[in-house]
Design a protein around this ligand. Structure first.
Ligand SMILES: [Zn+2]
Ligand SMILES: [Zn+2]
Length: 109
């Protein structure tokens, strides 16, 4: 699939659903019931989707993990938990660090 051969193009006579530009060729057969976008809008759309999700998750220095202050007890051993790396949903049991590690180890084993 990774060969550099020319993609098959379909001759169409459409307008971009976003900017109204004329589209004369598409790399796929238009189904007719979906909006079609010009290559510029397609690229912009793809970029905004990649950059918008996760907020640059995969690049740059890793941000320090946010900790949430909580007042809970470990569902397994009863140890007090004052900080969590995630916001507790309230309907799931929460475990202290050592119990989490033990659970993770037992799952990996
Ligand atoms: Zn467009
Ligand atoms: Zn525990």
């Amino acid at each position: 699939m990774a060969f550099g051969t020319d993609r098959q193009m379909y001759d169409v006579d459409l307008t971009c659903a976003k900017c109204g530009a004329h589209i004369s060729q598409l790399p796929f057969q238009p189904s007719g019931d979906r909006p079609v976008y010009c290559s510029d809008c397609n690229r912009a759309f793809r970029q905004s989707r990649m950059g918008g999700q996760g907020g640059g998750f995969s690049r740059g220095p890793r941000a320090p993990r946010q900790m949430y202050s909580v007042n809970l007890t470990c569902a397994s051993c009863g140890t007090a938990i004052t900080e969590l790396p995630f916001q507790p949903s309230g309907d799931k049991p929460v475990y202290c660090r050592s119990c989490l590690q033990a659970r993770r180890n037992s799952m990996a084993a």
